[in-house]
Design a protein around this ligand. Sequence first.
Ligand code: GLC
Length: 734
Amino acid sequence: MNSRKQLIDSLLNELTLDEKIDMVHGTGAFHTGGIDRLQIPPLVMSDGPMGVRKQFTDKTWIPCGKEDDYVTYLISNTALASTWSKEASYKAGEVLGAEARGRGKDVILAPGINVQRYPLCGRNFEYMSEDTCLISEMVVPFVKGVQTQDVAACVKHFALNAQEYCRMDVKTFCSKRALYEMYLPHFYASIKEGNAYSIMGAYNKFNEEQCCESKALLKDILRDEWNYDGVVISDWGGIHHTENAYHATMDIDMSVSQDFDNYYYANPLKEKIQNGELSVDNLNESVRRILEMMYELKMIGQQKEERKAGHFNSHESQQAVLSAGQEAIVLLKNDEKHLPLNKKNLKKVAVIGQNAIRKHSNGGGSAEVKALYEITPLLGLKMRLGGNTEILFGEGHDLPTDTESYRAQNEVASWQTSSVDIYEMRIQRFIKSKTSGIIDDDFVAWNDEKANEALQMARECEEVIFFAGIDHDIESEGIDRLSLKLPYNQDRLLNEIVKVNQNVTVVVLSGSPVVLGEWKNHVKSILWHSYLGSEGGLAVADVILGNVNPSGKLPMTFPLAEKDHPSVEMGEYKWDENELYFREDIFVGYRYFDKKNKEVLYPFGYGLSYTKFEYSDLQINDRGENVDILLTVKNTGDMDGADVVQIYSELVEVDEAFKELPYCVRELKAFDKLFLKKGESKHITMTVDKKQTFRFFDEEAHAYRLLSGQYRISAGHSSRELVCSAMIEIGSDQ
Ligand code: GLC
């Protein structure tokens, strides 16, 4: 019998009931109980997707780190998806895993991979995309990267976590087909291909069951259909009933209360096992799964000595964050090849907007990061431009002071301790706006002095770079956004600036879509990116000044107006009720805009370059189980650069048997990112699994089946710019 099984079996035999109970619930804010006599360490966890969170005292949410818990601030999961680079995702996972190990953690509570179904969801910045294919392709390398560092990824939040309002109990309903085609595949990929050692149950309900107690999600799907033998950890406070979670095979009960002995999986579970109400079997299985994960992490067994030590704040990590940030920036507009700016010709530049100097690492809720440093865009520009360019900086507008000043005034310990009060403050503001019908989405009054100062600078300078967008006062865990509009009167200010300067570049920061004012038709260039971490300001400066050719692509659709978005048009964002029906069904994100043939501001997958890429000779080689898609990519411009070749399928002639079945106009099925020198060509081949690519979920059969018919396979620069294609016949699987 192998030593691993021997060890785990013997530990299981040795453990008392009390000791097993200690292993399945929080005995501190971020860890379970260790069993010293058996050399079983506590399982130590930490947030989050953008860096290893500050150190808290063992039992409370009070930070206790001194100068020893500063870390690298990584780019957000949305920014990572904007790179469309599987290599960048793997590297980001490695960095996060190394930093977590370096800080003595065993589980990093990341990545967040919920579908960005609702454009106003406050946590979209922590999630990757509106598209399950892009999420699947990006989460697998990320999880693999994390786990190379002897740290467990904890993929979250399983499942259908789509809004922050009423987040602890909103009931989410969707069809089985939408569930299996749009909301589960990327969790499945993270487990089956990424080998994620742990999954976090979501706060919301799936139908009538809390996700952390959902037999349908955790037992029927995760355990029985997917044979998942990893560890399922509740979100902090996600369990509401001991027996429901226990029967659903939830493994670890974490929460925010400090009454650790009365967690659902503490004394309450012990009593129910002792009085025979619950069998000890599920507890034994949970403890076995925890021990198996600990073995994988080299926390127990002979290989303990080989366990990676990790590191944090290494130069290598910082360079990886810079490189990912550079790749995450999306060029949306560039009239007259206005960008890149040539620093030699830049004598006087106006830099305007609070986002030029704002730091974001300390916001966002549990994703907050105590960053060793965070280079802002103004600093990044000055670092890259040097002393021959005069930069005038103007804030241009005010910022809300309630949350920031609240934190400052109250010496707020952490988001958790402040969240109730700040949440209350924000939620009252949110409800007042919704009930009064007057959406106060500027949050601050116009500031004449700051606006006039900015306008005067714009008059004096040859170039204006305006750093617009939102921040973690607007989008954060615990609260949804009020609207897609840019806050703080930015549109009004920009509409004035374009009247006095013809060379305006606008850089928009947001973790989810925004709508842009009339100024968008009068500025020369627009860049968009999500949160870019410690090196963000340098990444933006490098793109603006041409040190890097932008290669980012939008991971979500930017609608022309909020009301156009499916989750809004279908009336399915309930801020005053706690029932949410995904009435758009499988038509999530771009699939809806394509179905309705609606114009959008910027389509899914959109992003320009300083050079041009052309595709030709697309061919399909149907090899039975797999299908090869071959094509030639050429850089026909005058600058080296990277390109994301996107492959979309369109069912142009469906088989008779499926005439009545609704299906999407087109769907992303594969993509590849490649670097080409100017003038260089490459022949590339992408291979897809036929069953996985041309399938639908048959609710009657409760199984995926081939959706047979004639398909057009196209290569595109975005979901709305398909440039060459070929046909393939997919036969029936019956
Ligand atoms: C939070 C979040 C979850 C986080 C956990 C621990 O409420 O929903 O993403 O990892 O609690 O902070």
